[in-house]
Design a protein around this ligand. Structure first.
Ligand code: PMP
Length: 418
């Protein structure tokens, strides 16, 4: 593939930092470094790290690794961790082509760097409607146009994607007729934030085919991949990627800890090199301590232990989902409609009763009743008014789920009567 056509002008212009460029030689056997300005770790007060798991088990972090984590290290991440994660990708996704991997400060760090790499000001991006508000907020700063694609209970509607691309530029929602066709598609295939919907394999295959036809790069944001409720996880876009047109984003936030701020990107080396250069000139590298902390655990668990853990996590959320749907059925039937989530922690509910805009209802009336939810407008690419609301069941007890929905039902009834 010709990746140059995907890379924005400012990303092409970005040069590696001279100091960072030599950092990979630092750990070479026999190397005497008079180079990088590494502070002397003997002056650091920390001597070691031990982690205690909820099982009571204690893991002593390897002394040498801990000491290494206190210093500046490689831009794409601690090699022990990137190797472990690369093996994980191989086992889980069996990518058909060669791929590279870099760690970031959460997947958000890497996603924003990828958008920056792929979009020049004024470019169009294919985006699901609705989509993750955290990325929308960043995309607005890039001054790009959003070409929104319909989604339903099985993910992206392929006809909507095909029609947008085939009829470009007439289909361009911005109305600009001289705009080049979008080169990238941003998608959240598992347990989408905000809809809780997962794209089926058939849909992914259809979307991939369309992306091949129009030479579109797929930005696969799969933060909820391991929170799928089906017995077998739906294969990722990465696992279908025979061309090298997928940049895949994973996150430890929902499976180990959100505060660790660890995510990783997998994809073609040329693109990852550009992301690494961005890291070199901004935050230099992902933090060392979270990386060794996660690695100490993952090394101990091995891949089998990791898979066992993520199944426990997804079972936890499945039970929460079931409890929440039970409360939704009891409290909101006739007042709202929803699709039962197949992964993750969100339900996207459509308020009935003639409500056209959920904003005031949620931000004023529901708040007054002491119940928090997110009005759907936050997830709309063009901030369109909507009757949808995003609710999350991840951190609520069964009693509180029921009580929250009772309060929400009361507000909806009042609104419908008004
Ligand atoms: N993508 C989606 C769809 C998300 O919901 C989130 C977190 N809310 C992220 C990315 C960012 O996750 P991380 O903590 O890995 O930065």
């Amino acid at each position: 593939m010709d990746y140059n056509r995907f890379i924005s002008k400012h990303s092409q212009a970005r040069k590696p930092s001279a100091i960072r460029a030599i950092s990979s030689y630092l750990h070479q056997k026999g190397m005497i470094s008079l180079g990088a300005g590494q502070p002397n770790p003997n002056t650091f007060p920390f001597a070691g790290m031990a982690i205690t798991l909820k099982t009571g088990e204690k893991i002593e972090v390897d002394e040498e690794l801990f000491s290494r984590s206190l210093s500046y290290d490689l831009t794409p991440g601690l090699p022990h961790l990137t190797k472990w994660l690369s093996e994980l990708q191989k086992i889980e996704h069996k990518p058909p082509i060669e791929y590279d991997l870099s760690v970031g400060v959460g997947s958000q760090d890497l996603l924003t760097k990828a958008f920056d790499m792929l979009l020049d000001s004024g470019d169009s991006l294919l985006i699901e409607k609705p989509t993750y508000t955290g990325c929308l907020s960043f995309l607005k700063t890039l001054n790009c146009d959003l070409a929104d694609i319909d989604t339903d209970a099985e993910g992206i509607v392929p006809e909507s994607l095909e029609s947008m691309l085939a009829n470009w530029p007439e289909s361009n929602p911005s109305g600009k007729k001289d705009q080049p066709r979008p080169r990238c598609l941003y998608t959240i295939p598992s347990g989408s934030n905000p809809t809780g919907v997962s794209a089926t394999l058939e849909r992914k295959q259809a979307v991939y085919k369309i992306c091949q036809k129009y030479d579109v790069l797929i930005i696969e944001d799969d933060a909820y991949y391991y929170l799928q409720f089906s017995n077998e996880r739906i294969p990722s876009y990465l696992s279908l990627d025979v061309d090298g047109r997928v940049l895949r984003f994973d996150s430890m936030s929902k499976i180990l800890s959100a505060g660790l701020r660890l995510g990783w990107v997998t994809g073609p080396k040329i693109l990852l090199d550009r992301i690494n250069i961005h890291t070199m000139v901004t935050n230099l590298q992902p933090s060392g301590i979270p990386q060794v902390m996660a690695y100490a655990l993952l090394e101990k668990w091995e891949h089998d232990g990791f898979f066992k853990h993520v199944i426990e996590v997804s079972n936890f959320y499945r039970q929460k989902r079931d409890e929440f749907i039970e409360c939704l059925d009891r409290r909101m039937k006739g007042r709202a409609e929803w699709t039962v989530p197949t992964a993750g922690m969100f339900v996207w509910i459509r308020l009935l009763g003639g409500i056209k805009d959920s904003y005031d209802l949620i931000m004023k009336k529901a708040l007054k009743e002491n119940v928090l939810a997110i009005p759907g407008v936050a997830f709309m690419p063009h901030e369109e008014k909507t009757e949808y609301v995003r609710v999350s069941y991840s951190n609520v007890s069964k009693e509180n789920m029921d009580e929250a929905l009772r309060r929400l039902a009361k507000v909806v009834d009042q609104e419908a009567e008004a």
